[in-house]
Design a protein around this ligand. Structure first.
Ligand code: FAD
Length: 423
């Protein structure tokens, strides 16, 4: 069979954004998206569902309605990558051949790594904004809790949207404050990390809210078990000497952010690094071993914040570099690690963190318009009113407003055309 020009694995934010970006530039290419689900989720909206701002149905669309015009959708799951044959093997046994492959399968939520969690999610006061069906339960718990102890947990990095676990806490505290019950609720944030947020410039603004809400921060504490009926959570606590012990704490409600990692089928894949992330050069997003393979989104090894915002900047880079490979040229569009996290510190205010590799601040708008290190109404307005439109109507349609990539006049490293264009 003739190979497709481009095969994209995953019809999430990354897969669809890059498909749209390629087709916008070259509408006649044969671009195939392999995606098993028939629903596409706007996951950044789940924080607002858990905060009682969005209805969950605002965060889903039929897959067929968001597949970019001109792309072919194969509704199937990929079982294996066979880069030596320029093919992917589907779970139904069929092979799909390509000239260029783009791997965007996302990541896996490892609910099973926390003992007892899966059985009790959605009941006994145990919830998570990390699932479409559970985010409304977060709001139900927040709305109805009048006193007691609320726990919010964050696992080891990397996770998608590193700010989401604390966003859940801030929006809950804001609601309790408005309802006049915050003083009767003991709020606790347990993070496996040693800091509140990985980029120091945003921490002072966040700490102001932690203090104002009288929330207690617990560092180096990883949730390891939940007993729903007994309403207790067990943590592995590491002290300053590096010694670990377990501690069990009662709760009235607990918001859990699950541990996350590469998808199981990636862990033994030739495309994966030691962990199973699609192993790419962090600048061009080209695979380190296979010249006609690219990776982007949550599933790739680049050290950016795993966000849809990152995808907005990655997609045009991968699109341009894909076209370069198809033309027998070296990839020269560069991704600088941009990611963004709108921290919803209260209803109506957001601390808009925008940064690249190494935590370097990369604000999109000038500081006089929006200072991302401070809580602003404009940040909230963006998150609530503009982001869903930016996502569905710009990013997933290949309209790259304020996302033009940096293109070098030379390839960033020696390039073997033969090896890259072996199709
Ligand atoms: P996904 O969108 O998860 O898509 C991966 C796709 O690959 C899925 O459709 C899946 O079905 C498919 N797939 C999996 N396995 C296979 C297979 N074997 N074969 C074929 N297809 C496969 N980002 C922000 O920018 N701002 C935010 O405020 C924000 N908040 C968030 C809050 C929460 C609670 C969550 C959960 C996420 C948030 N994010 C936010 C992160 C954002 O949603 C992700 O970074 C983004 O969706 C990543 O896109 P992706 O395409 O890599 O992965």
């Amino acid at each position: 069979t003739r190979p497709h020009d481009v095969v994209i694995v995953g019809g999430g934010a990354a897969g669809l954004a890059v498909a749209a970006s390629i087709l916008k530039r070259r509408p006649h290419l044969s671009v195939t998206v392999i995606e098993p689900r028939d629903i596409h989720y706007y996951q950044p909206g789940w924080t607002l569902v858990g905060g009682g701002v969005f209805n969950r149905d605002q965060t889903k669309r039929p897959m067929a309605s968001v597949i970019p015009l001109g792309a072919k959708w194969v509704q199937a799951a990929v079982a294996e990558f066979r880069p030596e044959d320029n093919a992917v093997l589907l779970e139904n046994g069929e092979s799909v051949h390509y000239k260029v492959l783009i791997a965007a399968p996302g990541l896996q939520l490892d609910w099973d790594k926390i003992k007892g969690l899966k059985e009790t999610l959605g009941q006994n006061g145990v919830t998570s904004n990390y699932r479409f069906d559970l985010a409304p339960y977060t709001w139900e718990l927040v709305r109805t809790l009048k006193s007691g102890r609320a726990l919010f947990t964050q696992p080891v990095m990397p996770i998608k949207c590193a700010g989401a676990p604390q966003k859940a806490m801030y929006l809950a505290c804001d609601a309790w404050k408005r309802l006049g019950v915050l003083g009767d609720i003991d709020v606790n944030f347990h993070t496996a990390g040693a800091v509140l947020f990985g980029v120091a410039d945003y921490v002072p603004a966040l700490m102001d809210y932690v203090k104002a809400y009288d929330a207690h921060l617990h560092f180096k504490e990883s949730l390891i078990a939940v007993d729903g009926p007994a309403k207790t959570a067990t943590f592995e606590v590491t002290d300053n000497e590096g010694v670990t012990r377990t501690e069990t704490r009662p709760f009235d409600m607990i918001h859990v952010c699950p541990p996350q990692g590469p998808l199981d089928f990636m862990k033994k894949s030739p495309l994966g690094d030691a962990a199973g992330w699609v192993e790419v050069h962090h600048d061009t997003l080209q695979h380190v071993r296979y010249g006609n393979v690219f990776g982007l989104g949550d599933g790739c090894s680049a050290a950016n914040a795993k966000t849809a915002a990152a995808v907005r900047k990655q997609a045009p880079v991968v699109a341009l570099n894909t076209l370069a490979i198809l033309d027998g040229k070296a990839p020269s569009a560069i991704y600088e690690g941009y990611g963004s996290c709108p921290l919803t510190v209260e209803r109506g205010k957001v601390v808009l963190a925008e940064f690249g590799y190494g935590g370097k601040l990369q604000p999109t708008l000038p500081r006089w318009m929006i200072d991302g290190t401070k809580p602003t109404f404009l940040g909230w307005f963006l998150k609530e009113k503009l982001m869903p439109g930016i996502y569905f109507d710009l990013m997933l349609k290949g309209r790259e407003w304020l996302a033009e990539p940096n293109v070098l006049s030379h390839a960033p490293r020696p390039f073997e055309v033969e090896a890259a264009c072996n199709f």
